[in-house]
Design a protein around this ligand. Sequence first.
Ligand SMILES: Cc1ncc(COP(=O)(O)O)c(C=O)c1O
Length: 411
Amino acid sequence: MATSKREEATVMSELFADRAAIGTESRLAQLFGGQLGPDGIKFSAGNPNPDLFPTAQMQNAFNTAIDTAGNHLFEYQEVAGPVHLRQQLANRVHQTAGINATADNVLVTQGGQQAIDLVAKLLLDTGDEVAVETPTYVGALASFDQYGPTYLDVPMEDDGMDVDALTSLLKTHPNIKLVYTVPDFHNPTGVTMSVAKRKRLVELAEEYHFYILEDTPYRDLRYHGHSLPAIKSFDRHGRVIFISSFSKILMPGLRTGWVVADEMVINKLRQLKETSDLESPAIMLHAVSAFLDNNDLNQHVANMLTTYRNRLDAMLNALTEFMPDTVKFTRPDGGFFVWLTLPENVDTQALLQDVVMPQAHISYVPGQVFFAHQNVHNGLRLNFSGVDEQQITAGIQRLATALTENTVKVQ
Ligand SMILES: Cc1ncc(COP(=O)(O)O)c(C=O)c1O
């Protein structure tokens, strides 16, 4: 009997492990919506602005890396990354996040995403309890999903995760192993955790014996106010695993991120990375290192801040002017995202597909994917870093009209 390609694929996928059925695809696939017309405005992306990439300087850095190391650059090298780069990163986290670290506390990874995955691999057996912010970064959930944890939800407040709610949760679930947080300009809400909460989180980790995964790729992208010390800077007993990345402050295509943690944790993560990819491409890491030697990264970041600040301000102004009172929104001081909360009876996924994309030609990310249990339907994420101010104002006005008409309809 002839079988179609589709039937064949279904039969063969029965052989796949559970993690292939649940993980990355089901959550991340929902992030990238359909096509918009020529007047379309995309608030659904999560990317830095490519016009701000230092491409010529990076090209020089690649040449320098090859000129300096020659053939040796293309041999197998160190799993953890070049020691010079690890030292540069240790210096950087000291300067920008108040963390005391040496090169031995640093593991260079293929983006923050690999770092998250390695930490999940290190800590999570099936059924292990992980506390996550609701909402939280979908890529972390996609990674965690593969290890079959039990998720416990911690609500977000205007100054970061609700630490009182976490404390109550720890009393009833003392076996929580890991608390995952994005403390600076959180993805998807844009919220930043207060210093008091950062300190309390570390105290709780000591009292209840868990690890904190501090994931902070946006921390240098602050457009208003002053930088806060990292949670890791309050860590005295190796409870905090800190992750960051060059994706948002340099270029995501470099696929270069890093972990800062106690040596014992770094050594284990290094072994796990080795079983996964042996090592990151040395050419990339030596080029990044040469870039840092020969350019002022802080100056590059400072130059980007003006563009992003103008875009954030344009978005907040437009939201204030055009959104109906029934729509609440966050007021971030940095990062890439603003989070909208609509009336409870609105399903932002259906709204996107039925009204906002076809009629207003606007895209956003419906909020459901950012919840571990995918049980909240009335939130949505807007990106402002990839859209210019004129488009932001026009796009938010169009979105507000669509939301106003629709929320009136469904209420
Ligand atoms: C909170 C958060 N963590 C980690 C990542 C992973 O980024 P990358 O792997 O490019 O460093 C992202 C990317 O959007 C993110 O938003």
